[in-house]
Write a protein that binds this ligand. Structure first.
Ligand SMILES: *Cc1c(COP(=O)(O)O)cnc(C)c1O
Length: 381
């Protein structure tokens, strides 16, 4: 089976992990802050806080922004469930903003209209979480303008988008957001096995993220609320979690980061090759906006005839092509249905979902394998 995504692990990665296993620190030691500083520098953000996965990062990002019961959090329905579950962990209400039909990205016009409606209903969101689907940034400049106008915070779910750029600057610099989240799951652009990171330019937010990542405990004497104990004293100031990344994972991340640009370049070359070779087929590829460079986590195509999707998908799987579908609208899930969401809620998202197939794309995909994918698709259509 040619999978839809696959990690690239080299000898240097393995050696880095082995060396760390022989060091004094296994969990959060010197490698975690090293990795955090490298990611912050790469993205051009002041701070980065690593955690056990991107889902945990989304959770502590919501907590750091003060999301609680009675608050509203909006995200895109075309995403992994983690993008909205994070708000439910905080007992907030979740709602979905429809997407653009051709990119699957949160539609800023739909967002504007929903905000106008919410203002009248007195239920404006506290946080909006745009998702950089496939590795292409949403229209962040426009979202930031709306955030200013309607006074909400923005968390970028950039799980797909490390190494991507927007307006020629790295995604993750938080120019238009409060916090940006990356995932290091093995199918993503770089991996730590499990892992995620949150970048921000706000010192207070960075401190809160670090606190929530580790039980709500600080060991920093300057930050203690009461300090009448000895130097053994640590202080729990809030209800946090054990969401720490290990040093083995962090060192793997630092080692992978050295190849990030080459991974993204290779993904872009393969994406261009797909686009050229699929030109004459009855499918539409997702266009990348001129002000963006995608990291191409996923290569999603839309079938011009969505009625064929089921057959094409099953046939390709039978032929050993690990196609996938990203994503089923989140609110179609039974859990979300039980919260009151109904089919038909976001029209564009549902049309998008019904037409899409994700083709294999990862740095080590060979041209021969890619041709096999293309030929199989041609035969199906
Ligand atoms: C992968 C992914 C997540 C969750 O990442 P984990 O690191 O597996 O927790 C969240 N959002 C999106 C859009 C993702 O693709």
């Amino acid at each position: 089976m040619i999978p839809y995504g696959r990690q690239n692990i080299c000898e240097e990665d393995i050696q880095a992990v082995v060396d760390t296993l022989r060091s004094d620190f296994l969990t959060q030691g010197p490698q975690v802050p090293k990795f955090e500083q490298s990611i912050a520098a790469y993205c051009g953000a002041r701070y980065a806080v690593a955690a056990s996965n991107a889902t945990a990062c989304l959770h502590i990002a919501c907590l750091a922004l003060g999301v609680e019961q009675g608050d509203h959090v909006w995200t895109s329905p075309i995403s992994f469930v983690a993008s909205s579950n994070c708000a439910l962990y905080c007992k907030a209400d979740v709602d979905f903003v429809d997407v653009e039909p051709n990119t699957g990205l949160m539609c800023t016009e739909a967002l504007r209209k929903k905000l106008q409606w919410a203002e009248q209903q007195n239920c404006l969101p506290k946080v909006v979480i745009p998702v950089h689907l496939t590795g292409q940034s949403c229209n962040m400049e426009e979202i930031a303008k709306l955030a200013n106008q309607y006074d909400f915070n923005v968390i970028e779910d950039a799980s797909h988008a490390i190494g991507a750029t927007y307006q020629k600057a790295p995604v993750g610099n938080c120019q238009y957001s409060d916090i940006c989240i990356f995932s290091f799951h093995p199918v993503k652009i770089i991996t730590t096995g499990e892992g995620g990171i949150a970048t921000t330019n706000d010192k207070t937010l960075a401190q809160k993220l670090a606190l929530f990542r580790s039980h709500g405990i600080t060991k920093d004497a300057d930050k203690m609320l009461q300090n009448d104990q000895g130097s053994w004293y640590y202080e729990q100031q809030d209800l946090g979690f054990n969401y720490r990344l290990t040093d083995m994972q962090a060192v793997l991340g630092s080692s992978q980061l050295k190849r990030l640009d080459s991974f993204v370049q290779q993904r872009n070359l393969l994406a261009t090759r797909y686009k050229e070779r699929l030109k004459d087929l009855p499918v539409t590829c997702i266009e990348v906006q001129p002000n963006a460079m995608s990291s191409y986590h996923l290569f999603i195509i839309l079938l011009n005839d969505p009625a064929k999707r089921m057959d094409v998908f099953e046939h390709m799987r039978q032929q050993g092509i690990g196609v996938n579908v990203h994503y089923i609208p989140i609110y179609w899930q039974p859990y979300y249905r039980s919260l009151g969401f109904k089919k038909g809620y976001c029209e564009n998202a549902e049309q998008f979902y019904q037409a899409i197939i994700t083709l294999p794309l990862y740095p080590d995909l060979t041209h021969a394998e890619q041709d096999q994918v293309i030929d199989t698709l041609k035969a199906c259509l």
